[in-house]
Unconditional design. Sequence first.
Length: 291
Amino acid sequence: MHDDSPQAPRLENAVKYVKSKTQIAPQVGLVLGSGLGGYADTLSDRVVLPFGEVPGMPVSHVVGHAGNLVLGTVGGKSGDGSALPVAAMQGRVHLYEGHPVADVVFGVRLMISLGVKTILVTNAAGGISDGMMPGDLMLIEDHLNLTAQSPLTGSNESALGVRFPDMTRAYDPDLGRLAEAVAAAQGFRLLRGVYAGMLGPQYETPAEVRMLRTLGAHAVGMSTVLETIAARHMGARVLGFSCITNVAAGLSSETLNHAEVTDVAERVKGRFTALLEGVLNGIAAGRGAEA
């Protein structure tokens, strides 16, 4: 399904609304996936805007997605200009909910339209690689878009980006090195790998997991890839993390369910929050800058 209506006017209306509610001009945007949205509650000077109140913003009904756009600051002292202003999506909408592609990426496009230059995208994912365990965190170094969809299908809107965006550096390597340095300083293992984005909502079959492994995937989920394409189209840098919440089908005897996903995400919330905090403080200090 594709929404061919122009996105720029819809985005302009949403930007006007958000700016009417806060003076915060975000520099970094966060997409917080299943069970990971609690990080937005740690922001200072928070302004919470439910998705349903933002003009044009689609609403998710997936368990574990609060459905708020939160603007606030990280680090520094409130009001003295040293804090990093951020926008965070507590949850997202998915293709499998029946939303058109334009809705799936609307939140990312909105944050970039508000001035965001860097997007941190997160998800809960199934682990495919040998040795991956629930609770591991993985730096996304590349992805496979297996949704058979693209947010760029249809007429290109030059106001958003060029017709044929380069995806060689879909996930920014300098930001990736910053994330690895933060994890090392915090004393935990940050895996790195390729994320396979599937349509869902059903979990993959064992045969599909074997296929994904053959294609070079290390983790699999039902989000992220379309958001990354939209962000790169608009010129934003992207840093991605997967929280490995389960071992993919056929790799263990366990039955897969969404409750397990949110439970594991809750268990690693402290480590995940510390990683995000460290990365954001690093960005505020100018680390992870492009060479």
